[in-house]
Unconditional design. Sequence first.
Length: 602
Amino acid sequence: MDNELDSKGLKSLFGADCHICSITEENGKIIIHIKSDKTEDRCPDCGAVSSSQHCTYTRDIQDTPMRNKETWLRVRVHKFDCLNPQCETKVFCETLSFAGRSQVRTHELTLMALAVAQNMGNETASQALTILGVKMSNDTITRIYAGLDFEDDPLVEEIGIDDVSNRKGQTYFTVIYELNTHRLLTLLEGRDGEALKEWLRGHKKVRLVARDRSSSYATVVSEILPDAVQVADRFHLIDNMLDRIKDIVKAALPDKIFIAGGEILEKPPEKEAGLAVDPSLLSQMQYDDSPPVDSNGVEIQFESISSNINSAQYKAQAQARKAKQQLIRDMQKYRHENPGEDMKKLAARFGVSASAAKKYLSMADADIAAMDSRKKYKKRKPRIMDGYSNMIFKMLRDNIESEVIFAYVRKCGFSGNPMSLSGYIENVKENNFPDRKAKHPLGMLQEHYPEGVEAVSRSSLLKYDLTCNPKTPLNAKVGEAIGAVTQKFPVLDFVGKAFRSFHSIIMGDSPDALDGFLKEYGDSVFKPFCDTIKKDIAPVKCAISLPVSSGFVEGCNNKFKLLKRSLYGRSNFVNLYKKCMLAFAPNDPSFDLRALCYSRLE
């Protein structure tokens, strides 16, 4: 058996000091029987080598699954006597190359669990592993992650700092990334700067920090690393400028500006109710509320109630009528086959009263077939539709669009609730012309401004005026109105020029040009914004002169958010920290997950 297994190359899977004796299957589990060939080993405490075998024992170690079946290694291993008289350890267990001394799983299975659980919650990972053929609880996966130990790098020189939320508005973390490899260096609780201060004290080699405009981070970095170069993020600088512009324009311009004939209206015009249907089309129509008739002159009885017969309620009633028809037919068939049975017994057999059974047995086939139709109760004609219901039916029969019917009925004098009218039209269509597609009642209630009036929103004006990229398509309607608007509201032109000037400076390579901007706009409506720039002037100028930004930080934050959401918010800080560190670790070329599993999870 040994030679056969060795010929298949299986022996090398578990090292040169072990050999496979046999492979069996027990209760759906694959058992690989292994025997250790070691004749000596090293004491884990004193390091002395011993060849004195104390005894042998069996270890069951779970391995990666074979063909999605739970797989275990049943290993026959040795215990050795420590021959060093000064060592407190008298007997020790031999070491295995594929599992630690106290592990009940192989290093490869630990690696598999880490890989599966990296981007999902531990409970979900446990269920996924079960499907793959691994028996491992979520608590075990949590302990595996808790046992990971990531080495700190006190020699890191260039970093990016930002804050991220665990629960938005409640719990925040500070994240620190390495600028070149984009790997996560650490995840700190809070964003007030206290935890960052302690971390920076242990990383005095940091010489460049890319950050956002947070004053707490700026203060801490200046205090702990006064010689480090701080680089403000260009994106946040422009975003801060835009926030100030929005406040200025919001105070000066209304939410919507209305233009007619190239002139700005002083006040908003009133919307016209109903749809913009061609009046000439309505004038050509001749419909009244006389009863509709067919080709033979017979009055058509149509469903004039405002209920929808295709609703769940009416569909359930139709199914109940079908079931009742089948019951009656079954009763009549049974009666025909058993004519002498007492009426009360027959009624009890089918679960109906004796009077109902008598009635059902006397029904003709035509009466039973008539039950397919919904029972006609007294016709309920909504009062609000008096004078219009027949008109609506006839227009629908002539295949006229609902919007046109809506406009025509209102032209004929309907003064009720427009929503009631539109809903009634659609229900009559649904009840009597089911093949025609119904529309939502709100679709017929689109109010519109008078003809010739254009409404331009404040946000669209800002977007048009502040767009710097020549490749970005602009709204033609806004372009036609922008001249009249800037003439009426000069502040729009003023903020546009200021933004384009600031944008060109920030995206350029001349930091001294910033001084000119601050001098020009420092006493204008941009004074609060300019004051914050002056307080952070050195990092802002570094953002202009250096090819460094916090863009990579924002990208890494997106990866962090994706990881956090995949844990369904049920991960504590330690577990989240370890999972994040593991997720970003491959960014470091020197990282070896297999070595981490082998050396640190014993």
